[in-house]
Design a protein around this ligand. Structure first.
Ligand SMILES: [Zn+2]
Length: 198
């Protein structure tokens, strides 16, 4: 059974940051909260990135510096972490910031064990070329691909693509209706609720 906690970010313009845990191991999804040992529910194994946009990686350095967790992203997103154009630090902050440490790129369908559960990666390009959804125990962490009330992410930023976005949404709505959807911004929803807006 996966435990999911939405962490409170101190930043005014930050993506949702989730701590997930299972069987004494945990992972943080889109680190927008500074590292603190109390936030970890067991041994921190992964720092999971839905994509490389700056508002999803604001506190990544503090988690990398204080833990031995692996940074995980998709193959197509890895280079964007250190590219201020692609990660949008340039556009929104006017800075050349990014993440310049090691990241492990995982293929579509790749599986990461976490305690008693398994996290699988589903590529969902569209918002960015390397956006992914992490699936675990009936939950989908979708980043900025879809949002509550039938919403979906921008596809006008670097590497964004409307056709790919449409295909990714089609794949997501094929998940079981009861799948709980945790987006990068806003409240959680379910695939059943999402489909009501189509
Ligand atoms: Zn984004």
């Amino acid at each position: 059974m996966l435990n999911i906690t939405l962490l409170d970010s101190p930043h005014s313009f930050a993506a949702n940051c989730y701590m997930i845990s299972s069987g004494g191991e945990c992972a943080i999804i889109d680190p927008t909260v500074p590292y603190s040992p109390e936030l970890c529910q067991g041994r921190l194994k992964y720092i999971l990135l839905t994509h490389a946009h700056f508002d999803h990686i604001l506190d990544i350095d503090s988690w990398v510096a204080n833990t031995d967790a692996k940074v995980i992203c998709s193959i197509d997103e890895k280079d964007a972490l250190s590219d201020p154009m692609r990660n949008c630090y340039k556009l929104f902050n006017g800075s050349d910031n990014g993440f310049y440490g090691d990241a492990f790129a995982i293929e579509n369908g790749g599986v990461l064990p976490l305690g008693d559960d398994r996290i699988s990666l589903m590529y969902c390009p569209g918002h960015t070329i390397g956006s992914v959804t992490y699936l675990c125990d009936g939950n989908a962490f979708v980043g900025d691909t879809i949002f509550e009330n039938g919403g979906y992410g921008r596809f006008d930023l670097p590497t964004g693509n409307f056709v790919m976005m449409r295909e990714s949404i089609k794949r997501l709505i094929n998940l079981p209706d009861e799948t709980r959807v945790y987006s990068g911004h806003g409240n959680s929803t379910t695939i059943r609720e999402y489909k009501l807006y189509l």
